[in-house]
Ligand binder design. Structure first.
Ligand code: COI
Length: 368
C-alpha cells in the first residue's frame, strides 16, 4: 500500500451487478444520465474502512442529522473517462484527482484513505460500466467521487461515520448550446474564497454559496461570475473554472498567466495540464502570477490582450468573450479560431484524452 495508512483495499471489492440495465440517453446534457452502477465504501471510527462495494446505482439512505447535510462536511471530485478513436477507454490524470481528494478530506476532517486503492476501485467501476462511455468527440463519462460525513449526531465535530461513494454520468458540453465564448460579470461584492478558507479544496460549500452571484450575473446578461479578491480586485477564478490570460505583459513579453496556488485557487487538473503543456512548448512565457482588473483594463485599452479563457474538467477550455465590470462592457479580442492559443491547447488536450496522441497522462481501461 503506497501511503501506508489504514485503508480499504480494491482486492476486497464486492461486486453486485444490476439485473436490469438502463437505456442510454440520446441527448447528452450535463450531469443527469447516471450509469448502472456505483461504488460505496463505508467508514466508522470504531471499525475503520469496510470492504468497497460496487452495486446497482440507487438512492442513499442517510440519517437526517448527518453532518454533510447540516455543516457541509463533505467534498467531491470530478474526472472523466473518454472513449478514444481506437475505441479504448482512458482516464485522464486520475491520480491528480485522488491527491486533491485526499487534501480536501484532511481539511474536512474526514478519514484518510489510500489513493491508489481508490483509483483501482474506480477503474473497476468504469470497466463494469464502460458501455456508458459515449462514442462521441466532446462527450465523456463524468466520474464524481464524493465523500460525506454520515454520523447520526448534530454535534459539530469530526464525524465518527463517513461514506465515500462514486457515481458516474454521461456528459456533453458543460455550457448549453456550446457557446464560442462565455460572458462574465465581475463585481467585487462577492468573494468565492479567502485566505485561510477552503477555496483550494473541492468542497460543495464553495460551489453552493456561489450560486446567487451566478444568478445575479445572469440578470446582468452574463453567463458566469468573475471572482475578484481584495482591494486591488485580483482576478481569481471564473464561475467554476480556473482562469488564464494570454497577453503582452507590462514588460512587452508575450505571456500566458494564471493566478498562483496561494490557497484561494482550486488546483485544477486542466489548469496544471495547460501549464505543463505550454511550458513544454517553450514558445511563450508561462507564469503563475497575480493579475488585477486594473492591469487587464489597461492592457485592453492598449490592445495588449490576446485572449482570456477558463479551464476545468467539466468545461475543459472555454474562451471568455466579454466582462461586465463597473458598468463597462469589456470586449475581449476574438481572433480567427485557428490562430487562438485556446484552440491549440484544447486540441492538444483532447488529442491526448481521445487517444490520438499517446501520453502517460492517460490510464487505459481493460476492455470487456
Ligand atoms: C468540474 O469542472 O469538474 C467541476 O467541479 C464543476 C462542477 C460544478 C460541475
Amino acid at each position: 500500500m503506497a501511503d501506508n495508512i489504514p485503508s480499504f483495499k480494491a482486492a476486497d471489492l464486492v461486486v453486485e451487478l444490476s439485473s436490469t440495465l438502463k437505456p442510454k440517453p440520446d441527448v447528452l446534457s450535463f450531469g443527469s444520465a447516471f450509469s448502472d452502477h456505483m461504488l460505496t465504501i463505508e467508514w466508522s471510527e470504531s471499525e475503520g474502512w469496510k470492504a468497497p462495494v460496487i452495486k446497482p446505482f440507487g438512492n442513499l439512505s442517510l440519517h437526517p442529522a448527518s453532518p454533510s447535510l447540516h455543516y457541509a462536511i463533505q467534498l467531491f471530485e470530478g474526472l472523466k473517462a473518454y472513449r478514444g478513436v481506437d475505441n479504448k477507454v482512458r482516464l485522464f490524470r486520475p491520480m491528480l484527482n485522488m491527491k486533491r481528494m485526499a487534501t480536501s478530506a484532511k481539511r474536512a476532517c474526514l478519514p484518510a484513505f489510500d489513493q491508489l486503492e481508490l483509483l483501482e476501485c474506480i477503474r473497476r467501476l468504469v470497466e463494469i460500466d464502460q458501455d456508458w462511455v459515449p462514442n462521441l468527440e466532446r462527450a465523456s463519462l463524468y466520474i464524481r467521487p464524493t465523500f460525506i460525513g454520515t454520523e447520526q449526531c448534530l454535534g459539530l465535530k469530526k464525524p465518527a461515520n463517513a461514506l465515500l461513494y462514486v457515481i458516474m454520468c454521461q456528459v456533453g458540453s458543460y455550457f448549453d448550446g456550446e457557446p464560442k465564448s462565455v460572458s462574465i460579470w465581475a463585481d467585487p461584492k462577492y468573494t468565492r474564497a479567502w485566505r485561510g478558507g477552503t477555496g483550494d479544496c473541492k468542497m460543495g460549500g464553495n460551489y453552493g454559496c456561489s450560486l446567487s452571484a451566478q444568478y445575479e450575473a445572469v440578470s446582468h446578461g452574463c453567463q458566469q461570475t468573475l471572482w475578484l479578491y481584495g482591494e486591488d480586485h485580483q482576478i481569481t477564478e471564473a464561475g467554476t473554472m480556473n482562469v488564464f490570460l494570454h497577453w503582452i505583459n507590462e514588460d512587452g513579453e508575450e505571456e500566458l498567466a494564471t493566478p498562483p496556488l496561494d490557497g484561494i485557487i482550486l488546483p485544477g487538473v486542466t489548469r496544471q495540464s495547460i501549464l505543463e503543456l505550454t511550458r513544454k512548448w517553450g514558445e511563450i512565457k508561462v507564469t503563475e502570477r497575480y493579475l488585477t482588473m486594473s492591469q487587464l483594463c489597461s492592457a485592453l485599452k492598449q490592445q495588449r490582450v490576446k485572449e482570456m479563457f477558463g479551464s476545468g474538467t467539466a468545461s475543459m477550455v472555454c474562451p471568455i468573450g466579454h466582462i461586465v465590470y463597473q458598468g463597462e462592457d469589456l470586449h475581449l479580442p476574438c481572433q480567427d479560431k485557428d490562430s487562438l492559443l485556446t484552440s491549440r491547447i484544447a486540441k492538444e488536450l483532447t488529442d491526448i484524452q481521445y487517444g490520438r496522441t499517446p501520453s502517460d497522462w492517460t490510464i487505459l481501461m481493460e476492455q470487456q
